[in-house]
Design a protein around this ligand. Structure first.
Ligand SMILES: N#Cc1ccc(Nc2nc(N)cc(-n3ccc(CO)n3)n2)cc1
Length: 290
């Protein structure tokens, strides 16, 4: 399952924002390694008291991430559950979530096409690792991609990302939340969330690709819930990026027929093709026009 962490080991720092049913704080964890103490930075993900009924799902998310180890997956140290608080303790990632980072660096030359392709490829590696282990994540989105290293175009140092835990599973969340998460939640999971599968992770990966390459926009952000549902009922597609090969890959991942979605090995191969083809493209389009 997961390691149980005592509240005394934790020191609380600043609030860093909030997820759907959680609040996140920076913190420190006292660690005793061969009897001298070490303080390490941690991220404390606290379940809102009003959603204490979801604590089992938070523990399940922690348990999934604790059972596997990969350089592009977040490291979860364990859970601290004392009286009303349910806290997931994970490694602190220096630059936080990708969705906020992309907005902040919208027109910065550092966040260019090759930077974005590198991030997409690393996410593909994490997803391929999960697919090989038949582990469904269930909440792939830019908000759950964490930036360990910004990278530096001058020295050619690439960015480095880690996929976060899935949080509360959509299989137990009310239909309103599933509809609100269109277009990240795959169509087959709207009617019946138990259709969550390795294939639905591919759909979400496609939406996340769209997010990474859009200049900080959120897909279908202006639509009401009923219009989001209609979007699926009409088999509509997200606005295609101008880069047709990228648009093609996004649409393959976001195939309404889930058996047609490519495996992550194929997705990584296609991303590598985009990376090699990317340089002709750079000459004629400004990054924001992809
Ligand atoms: N300003 C700022 C700032 C904010 C957060 C971090 N660090 C961090 N470390 C993690 N392990 C997880 C997260 N998350 C953020 C959203 C989610 C939702 O999944 N996680 N953020 C660093 C700087």
């Amino acid at each position: 399952m997961f390691h149980k962490i005592k509240k005394e080991e934790l020191t609380w720092g600043e609030s860093l924002g909030q997820g759907s049913f959680t609040k996140i704080f920076k913190g420190k964890r006292e660690e005793y390694i061969d009897c001298d103490s070490h303080q390490m930075d941690v991220l404390l993900k606290v379940l809102d008291h009003t959603h204490r009924n979801y604590s089992e799902s938070l523990f399940e998310a922690a348990s999934i991430m604790s059972q596997i180890s990969h350089k592009h997956l977040i490291l979860v140290y364990g859970i601290c559950a004392v009286n009303k608080d349910n806290i997931m303790v994970q490694e602190y990632v220096k630059h936080g979530a990708l969705d906020i980072y992309l907005k902040k660096n919208k027109n910065k030359s550092r966040v260019n096409i090759s930077w974005k392709l590198e991030v997409a490829k690393q996410l593909g590696y994490a997803m391929n690792f999960l697919e090989d282990k038949r582990i469904v994540h269930g909440n792939i989105c830019a908000k759950n991609i964490l930036l360990t290293r910004e990278g530096d175009a001058m020295t050619g140092l690439p960015p480095f990302i880690k996929l976060s835990d899935p949080g509360i599973s959509i299989t137990i969340l009310p239909i309103e939340v599933r509809i609100d998460r269109i277009p990240w939640v795959a169509p087959e999971c709207i009617g019946n969330p138990r259709n969550l599968s390795l294939e639905s992770d591919k759909w979400s990966f496609g939406t996340t690709l769209w997010e990474i390459f859009s200049p900080g926009d959120l897909p279908l952000n202006s639509l009401e819930p009923s219009q989001k549902l209609q979007f699926y009922q009409d088999y509509l597609r997200l606005p295609a990026p101008k880069w047709s090969e990228l648009a093609h890959l996004i649409n393959q991942c976001m195939a309404y027929q889930y058996s047609l979605r490519p495996c992550f090995r194929a997705i990584i191969r296609d991303l590598n093709r985009l990376i090699t083809s990317d340089y002709e493209l750079l000459s004629d389009l400004p990054p924001s026009e992809i």
